[in-house]
Design a binder for this molecule. Structure first.
Ligand SMILES: C[S@@+](CC[C@H](N)C(=O)[O-])C[C@H]1O[C@@H](n2cnc3c(N)ncnc32)[C@H](O)[C@@H]1O
Length: 307
């Protein structure tokens, strides 16, 4: 049931919303209530703290409590507001794409560090512009990784693939809203198959950098996911197969075919993927293999260089 508030001041609405979300065991209930109130009132954060006594209209109040109820029933806050910040940029999110996660920013940091190191080793300045670099983001989802890289590397040539037509529509919209649609070529493809000579009718495209945050949850662990994730995010973005690491097994050999000598592969890992994935980087093809932990101390990013 949606509550109807008698006191429609900002402070009181927030207090009631927070109470309802806490009762429903919603994680980060205070932040969620704040974001939903801001969304319903179409205001920004400074307003929230500057005007606690302001009385909101009955219409906004009704809309707010409808959102609070949907959040209490399990819909992610980002699906209700339609957005998520990533790499300092605002991304549109819909149920067709994975909501960008903060740990994925580590993947971008590692990719940029490794590219800069490559420049240093070649005796060039490590200041990156992307000049001469061709890269691909495999499984782009909302487009967050490809778009962030397009912003940092204004001269790079950038491709982004996804197997989901619906996700690519959202990614293209994000690229356009964030002013980089001319910079990224989006391609519907199973991993890198769309770049095979057969698919493109010309010689194989070779990359300096391949980045990928693949689906990595084991199908058999579906029940252990939070309801927000399990019931609302796209299954193709979450599950790779029974074990969870199947996509790495398919991607790594393709990446070996598609990287230039000295090219880099940077992968995001599930919290328990490392033991299954690291051995796939055989020494015949790969060197300088390194693991980076996330802020929780979990091995999160695996990077390797093609011989
Ligand atoms: C974990 S999500 C990552 C989305 C985005 N890159 C991010 O980091 O937020 C994985 C993405 O890979 C896509 N995907 C799943 N299987 C794929 C495949 N075989 N080939 C290409 N993309 C695939 C999904 O549709 C989804 O968008």
């Amino acid at each position: 049931m949606t509550s109807v508030a008698t006191d429609r001041s900002v402070r009181s609405l927030l207090k009631q919303g927070i109470g309802q979300l806490r009762e429903a065991n919603v994680p980060s209930f205070t932040l969620a209530a704040e974001l939903l109130l801001l969304h319903a009132a179409a205001r920004d954060r400074t307003w929230l703290y500057a005007h606690p006594e302001e009385i909101l209209s009955a219409e906004i109040t009704t809309q707010y409590f409808a959102l609070i109820q949907r959040r209490a029933d399990g819909e992610p806050t980002q699906h209700l507001t339609g957005k998520q910040e990533f790499w300092g940029l605002e991304f549109e999110v819909t149920p067709d794409v994975l909501i960008p996660r903060p740990e994925t920013e580590h993947l971008i940091e590692v990719a940029l560090d490794r590219l800069a190191l490559r420049e240093l080793r070649a005796g060039r300045s490590p200041r990156l512009t992307g000049n001469g670099i061709t890269l691909v983001d495999v499984g782009t989802g909302s487009g967050c990784i490809a778009i962030a890289l397009a912003k940092v590397l204004p001269e790079a040539s950038i491709y982004a693939t996804d197997i989901s037509t619906a996700a690519l529509i959202v990614a293209r919209r994000n690229a356009s809203r964030l002013g980089v649609s001319e910079r990224i070529q989006f391609l519907e493809s199973n991993l890198l198959e769309g770049f095979s000579p057969l698919a493109t009718n010309h010689s194989r495209l070779s990359f300096d950098l391949i980045v990928c945050n693949p689906p990595y949850v084991a199908q058999r662990n579906a029940e252990s996911l939070p309801r927000e994730v399990r019931d609302h995010e796209p299954p193709a973005a979450l599950f790779a197969g029974e074990e969870g690491h199947e996509l790495y097994g398919a991607l790594i050999p393709q990446a070996a075919q598609h990287l230039k000598p000295g090219g880099l592969l940077v992968l995001e890992l599930g919290y328990n993927s490392l033991p299954a994935v690291q051995p796939l980087l055989d020494s015949a093809h790969w060197t300088n293999v390194a693991v980076t932990n996330d802020l929780a101390g979990l091995p999160r990013i695996l990077a390797a260089e093609r011989h």
